[in-house]
Design a protein around this ligand. Sequence first.
Ligand SMILES: Cc1cc2nc3c(=O)[nH]c(=O)nc-3n(C[C@H](O)[C@H](O)[C@H](O)COP(=O)(O)OP(=O)(O)OC[C@H]3O[C@@H](n4cnc5c(N)ncnc54)[C@H](O)[C@@H]3O)c2cc1C
Length: 383
Amino acid sequence: MTPPIAILGAGPSGLALGQLLEVANITYIIFERDESATWAIGQGGTLDLHAGSGQLALKEAGLLDQFKSLARYEQTTTIADAKGMVHARFSGSGDNDRPEIDRRDLRALLLSSVPANNVRWGQRVQHVQRDTNGSMSVHFSDRSIESGFRLVVGADGAWSKARSLVTPAKPQYSGLHYLTTSIKAENPFHSSAVSLVGQGNYMAVGDGKQISAQKLGDGSYYIAVGLRLPERWSSENAALLEDPSALRQSLLRDHFADWPQVHTDLIKHSEGHFRAWPLYAMPTESLSWQTVPGITLIGDAAHVTTPFEGEGVNCAMYDSVQLAQQIVKHGLDDLDLAVSEYEKSMFPRAIDLIRRSAENGKLLFAPDAPRGFLEAFGAIDST
Ligand SMILES: Cc1cc2nc3c(=O)[nH]c(=O)nc-3n(C[C@H](O)[C@H](O)[C@H](O)COP(=O)(O)OP(=O)(O)OC[C@H]3O[C@@H](n4cnc5c(N)ncnc54)[C@H](O)[C@@H]3O)c2cc1C
């Protein structure tokens, strides 16, 4: 029997939705392009889940206690400038309502109670269409087709293959890239990273650039270098990305030559390849489409945003809560109404997040950062 609901993508929003439908005894299938649960996620960093959104999804899914046993509560965030001066240090304690969890642990947690048969790995969606009988079909890159769905939920991230059915809008490049790599626990430099960063996050900003480090659950540090780069930088620098030591030298020489060693050491002593993340956001004016029968979007597929507010995953998982609640409320016979109610509540939340994140991005990548950023958060006096 074809389940009524197909979810595209086993990221945080797709898996949370699956889990919430599971709790409500509504059948569904998730199609994910990754070959397995651990595929491609190795280079991901850490995410802080907020009490009223990301954690709420886990609570409704019956996973909050397990999350609490995995999450890291006692985190310190240090914010420094491009000269090496520390401007702020915030300490999270045991009652911190935004604890951190590694991306791979979050996926494993969400998968722990989704039946294995409900996720089809290695299924890359190419497009979605409405068939002549009014039902929805999902077409894959290996030319296979799954059809007969009453609702397809695009939870397939920034480059969603379902989005064109509801809006012609596309994510817009922010002008910024993150280049990410790591410092493993076995690295001889690791103890210096421990002294600088400690248990949480360290972020150095200024001159329109950023170097940051985040401690992961396995003790390693996730290093992110933020720069203004052309949108197509990765494809134009494919050879450099394949040669990490040349890329390290190029970053240190061409972008951070006048930065203090305390920060540049995080790049110099990092190891392995870099992953390039051009950062995109949906244009806010695109977030108001008319509900289209049989299709909707959640998470980054609906409203990808730059990551400077640290809420993308929380907003994505909150979408799952709201969509699941509407589906339960209106039932499978009125999915269009459920989708329309969900979308009505999602649009203003998403627009607000995209705007706040863009504002933070301006402040974090300003020449005199982190001054404006800290003033905006009341962390330093502007008078
Ligand atoms: C560098 C960076 C740092 C970030 N830092 C933070 C942070 O600190 N805090 C925060 O809250 N958010 C952060 N975000 C944003 C956060 O990662 C996203 O908002 C969140 O992952 C969205 O979840 P999602 O499930 O909607 O989409 P995704 O996490 O993108 O998941 C989409 C899933 O769909 C799958 N998929 C994609 N295309 C297809 C296809 N064609 N067929 C089948 N499957 C497909 C993907 O493999 C993936 O599993 C960051 C983002 C980036 C890029």
